[in-house]
Design a protein around this ligand. Sequence first.
Ligand code: ZN
Length: 150
Amino acid sequence: MKIVKKPDRILRQELNKIEILPDNIVEIVLAMQKTMVKAEGIGLAANQVNLNHQIFIIDENLAKENNVPWVYINPQITNFSKEKALLEEGCLSIPGLYTEVPRSKKIMIKGIDQNGQKFKFKARGFLARVLQHEFDHLQGKLISDYVKKN
Ligand code: ZN
């Protein structure tokens, strides 16, 4: 898979919910993972590889350390803490841009994994940040939207 870069329009699309998991969903997420690892990313959303459905993945080690899924299908963040933290982020679709992004310190997220298993959990800290970054992609939002315009 090839990583789509800004200003490709698909990065601005709100992606479609998956009604029925396709038979090749495991192949899709494994191909996404291969692409992400090669690019040294820690997360990748479907529109970053030119797919228009609500799927993102995160680094497998980050997932394991936190005992959470690495595949997120139709994810919804059902709660964002009011308390936010600022940290510099980059994005595989915007090479060279590193910008501070405010993110909720804690979130509640739910979705399904590549086997159709539902999940729901609380995330905090760095994991919560990565999940919010990838979730933004599915809404057509990019870190460049957080750059302060003076
Ligand atoms: Zn990104």
